[in-house]
Design a protein around this ligand. Structure first.
Ligand SMILES: Cc1ncc(COP(=O)(O)O)c(C=O)c1O
Length: 370
């Protein structure tokens, strides 16, 4: 956040900044989705909807899983939320009481820990390495599981590492957590942004997981604040009650626009964007390796590269600040994602055009060689 604020300030002062810290697609929302939002407004779709979302969208999401993954789910289990953020808040509020805990990976998406803490619950961070693809596995979870543990959360592809949770690893996690009467939360927000690997959903493996998703990333709708989750049948009522109190309803216009996002025709445009992200990854991974960064697991999804920068520094936060000040390149230091080996890692986001990424790499090279 410090780096982001500093980068913004420098931009405002007229300096050219190479933004490799931004966690959202550079593409604007697709035109057809915007038109659908405008149409919804013109038709005065401006009132509250049910707390769980409009039936049309819940049905369309169930159909989407069938079309994309051949997984059949009851639309009643689909809950529309204000972004994956809303889904995470509802899920964690539903599963954890005061003093209980959930397990998560370090490095991992930082908000989960904070949401648990707001609820006077606890997040137990488990250090993960390249050995488990920077993901939790059954063995690690077993080591940290205690009497107060109610859940574990994973993200596949992951932020900040861009790595996938191998399906076998997911199956073993589900088995362990089921046996221990907990719940696995699977954040699939980067689904659709998967390169040369099988894109799968945890719903194909188990009906007992809480599966979180969003229109933010693959669908390019970050500002519309719209996401969803699929929960085990028994939890729909509880989530409905919490949603009624916390959010009342997800944004109405965004729900109508999201219907168009799910259409097959829109998907063609979104897949072309995914291919562009892949081209950027294919450029950036070897370019960074050539500069001397170590990338222990090739990222197969999202738009992030988690790189070991120990060769250049033992304090990635100060290093990132210097890189920004001297060369105008903004990256995210490891400390944003946890504490484990955070000082020797940083995250590069490829949410800029190839041309800009090429220039940024030249700037980083000059910084390293200075
Ligand atoms: C892993 C992960 N989960 C959830 C979110 C929240 O996204 P949103 O609320 O925009 O859907 C993000 C955002 O960057 C993320 O990286």
């Amino acid at each position: 956040m410090d780096i982001l604020a500093q980068a913004k300030k420098m931009s405002q002062q007229g300096r050219a900044i190479f933004h490799m810290e931004v966690g959202e697609p550079d593409f604007p929302t697709a035109g057809s989705i915007i038109d659908a939002g405008i149409d919804a407004l013109r038709q005065f779709k401006t009132h509250y909807t049910p707390a769980l979302g409009i039936a049309e969208l819940r049905n369309a999401i169930a159909e989407y899983y069938d079309r994309k993954f051949s997984v059949k789910i009851d639309p009643q289990r689909v809950i529309i939320t204000p972004g994956a953020s809303g889904a995470l808040q509802l899920t964690i509020a539903c599963l954890l009481d005061t003093g209980e805990n959930m397990l998560l990976s370090d490095p991992g998406y930082p908000a989960n820990r904070n949401i648990a803490e707001v609820l006077a619950a606890e997040a137990i961070a488990i250090p993960v390495t390249a050995e488990s693809h920077y993901q939790l596995n059954a063995e690690l979870v077993a080591k940290y599981w205690n009497q107060k543990t109610r859940a574990a959360i994973v993200a596949t592809p992951s932020n900040p590492t861009g790595t996938l949770l191998p399906k076998k690893q997911l199956i073993e996690l589900c088995q362990f957590i089921d046996q221990n009467k907990g719940k696995l939360i699977v954040d699939e927000i980067y689904q659709g942004l998967v390169y040369d690997a099988d894109d799968y959903t945890a719903l194909a493996v188990s009906d007992e997981c809480f599966v979180i998703n969003s229109f933010s990333k693959y669908f390019g709708m970050t500002g519309w604040r719209i996401g969803w989750m699929v929960v085990p049948e028994d939890y729909v009522g509880a989530i409905d009650r919490i949603a009624q109190n916390i959010f009342l309803a997800p944004p109405t216009v965004s729900q109508h626009a999201a219907l168009t996002a799910l259409k097959k025709e829109t998907q063609i445009e979104l897949d072309a964007r995914r291919d562009e992200f892949k081209r950027r990854r294919d450029f950036l991974v070897p370019a960074l390796e050539q500069l001397g960064f170590e990338i222990a697991v090739k990222p197969q999804g999202a738009f992030y590269i988690y790189a070991d920068c120990e060769r250049f520094t033992d304090d990635s936060f100060s290093w990132a600040k210097q890189l920004l000040n001297e060369q105008g390149v903004a990256i995210t230091p490891g400390i944003d994602f946890g504490t484990y080996q955070a000082n020797k890692h940083c995250r590069f986001a490829y949410t800029q055009s190839l041309e800009i990424l090429e220039q940024a790499v030249d700037k980083i090279a000059s910084f390293i060689r200075r």
